[in-house]
Design a protein around this ligand. Sequence first.
Ligand code: NDP
Ligand code: 8X3
Length: 253
Amino acid sequence: MSKTAFITGATSGFGLACARRFAAEGWNLVLTGRRAERLDAICDELSSLCKVLTLTLDVCDADAVKSTIAALPQEFRQVSLLLNNAGLALGTAPAQECDLTEWKQMIDTNISGLTTVTHALLPTLIEQGKGASIINLGSIAGHWPYPGGNVYCGTKAFVEQFSYGLRCDLSGTGVRVTNLAPGLSESEFTLVRTGGNQAAHDQLYQGTDPIQPEDIAETVYWIATLPSHLNINQLEVMPVSQAWSPFSVHRHA
Ligand code: NDP
Ligand code: 8X3
């Protein structure tokens, strides 16, 4: 019998690439995002490969998340993979110049949304037991601070620690939990972060051979299909072009 994956943020980037990867293997898919027209197009694209259910869902709307998951049709209820991928960064300004509404949106999406979806799907994941997985999209931003990362970095540090906490609590259930932490990756992420600044997007990725969404999809597929006695706790992935810098040191005059 086909397994079912529930993917948040399937309308672009990593989520869309993962939907395509799992569809190619015949998984049943529940695909969510806010942009309905994109979900319709993805449904048309993938429905010859697998059973697809697309749901227009804002992960920040806790009531909608709960009622939508409670009302999943019977053939999509046995979710054995939750890919908590929906997320965003907004802005790159220093903290003292940031817009509080953007901070709140990042916290609402990357923390509250992710925890709400997880909470709603935990019973079914535990029911599936051995071989079921939760894969959370963390980031190198959760490990390494950088100027202008402030709240975004904080949200991804939460994702990592929450993933470890889930691992502890789910011990004995068979459900696996992974914090997948990519580095520089080319998707719509930078367009969203900069309010649609194509030049900023092009400049960031130019000449870097960044991670592509298909790379992450391959990694997610690998994690989800490992033998059921194995758990990848944490996986940090960077493009070869990316590495660390020395600490910055401010010198007074
Ligand atoms: P994209 O901007 O391409 O995709 C983000 C996805 O999240 C979209 O499908 C978007 O769908 C969805 N989304 C955003 N807000 C909401 C919301 N409130 N409710 C439901 N869905 C939402 O970026 P990526 O694919 O790069 O990002 C995916 C994840 O990976 C994010 O969590 C990001 O933080 C993380 N990440 C990204 C890296 C990168 O460099 N690109 C590196 C490390 C981690 P819609 O707008 O239709 O709602
Ligand atoms: C996205 C990677 O380094 O732009 O999570 O924050 S970074």
